[in-house]
Design a protein around this ligand. Structure first.
Ligand SMILES: CC(C)(COP(=O)(O)OP(=O)(O)OC[C@H]1O[C@@H](n2cnc3c(N)ncnc32)[C@H](O)[C@@H]1OP(=O)(O)O)[C@@H](O)C(=O)NCCC(=O)NCCS
Length: 203
């Protein structure tokens, strides 16, 4: 298997959104009715500052993709997570708790994880190509050389392959059992200092 990686700027990313949502659908198996909304979100994300996208190709065929951008106040995900981290930080200091997130936040401000952050929005590999190192390489490559201080993301709050991958690259839980909306399953919000722990050994 020969895997190659291609960088996508906002314009190329937009042109490929329908195809990329197809990868997302195959990897995540979401309800069909959510896919047009996902396309619209990705289209909006392409206009975010510091946008960077990557695709992976196995033997010339699209096998996966990832993208992220600079997190800023006013972005939906950023503001939801900032508010939840501030609440958690206040609760932790009141209760005298010092978990990883509380310690990091206490060193600076409650928003320390988000003040200068690279938000990793999506990472998906087609089922056929999962478990062969493509997801890990995509993530390391996406984060390599980023100017931000931290990388942040959200993922299902469960013991998944994605969660293991993120932990192995130095991500810790900032929030668990977190709901972006009442109807969704619980998420974990995770963060890692940049450069990522495994960056020195990449590729
Ligand atoms: C999560 C996901 C992106 C990870 O990508 P991946 O390419 O499958 O993951 P990797 O192969 O890089 O690493 C995963 C596993 O393969 C192993 N691996 C890494 N390189 C390998 C190689 N060269 N050969 C064999 N196995 C390898 C890793 O040790 C890891 O083991 P684990 O599953 O026991 O933890 C992918 O599985 C996926 O798309 N899943 C469904 C959608 C999803 O959950 N997306 C993330 C949403 S937040």
């Amino acid at each position: 298997m020969r895997v190659t990686y291609r960088e996508l700027g906002p314009r190329e990313f937009r042109a490929a959104i329908r195809t990329l949502v197809g990868v997302y659908a195959a990897a995540m198996n979401p309800p069909d009715r959510t896919l047009s909304g996902r396309e619209a979100i990705m289209d909006r994300h392409a206009a975010s500052p510091g946008f960077r996208g990557l695709t992976a190709h196995a033997d010339g065929q699209l096998a996966g993709f990832t993208y992220g951008f600079h997190g800023e106040n006013g972005q939906w995900w950023h503001d939801m997570v900032a508010a939840a981290l501030a609440t958690r930080s206040r609760a932790a200091s009141t209760a005298g708790e010092y978990g990883a997130a509380a310690e990091y936040a206490a060193r600076d401000t409650p928003g320390a994880w988000l003040d200068d952050s690279f938000e990793i929005a999506e990472l998906h590999v087609l089922p056929l190509w999962q478990g062969k190192g493509i997801g890990r390489s995509l993530l390391l490559s996406l984060a390599a050389g980023r100017p931000e201080r931290t990388a942040v993301l959200s993922t299902a709050d469960a013991q998944t392959r994605a969660r293991r991958l993120y932990r192995g690259l130095g991500f810790t839980d900032l929030l668990t059992d977190f709901r972006f909306s009442g109807s969704e399953p619980p998420y974990a919000v995770m963060g890692a200092p940049l450069p990522l722990a495994a960056a020195a050994t990449f590729p």
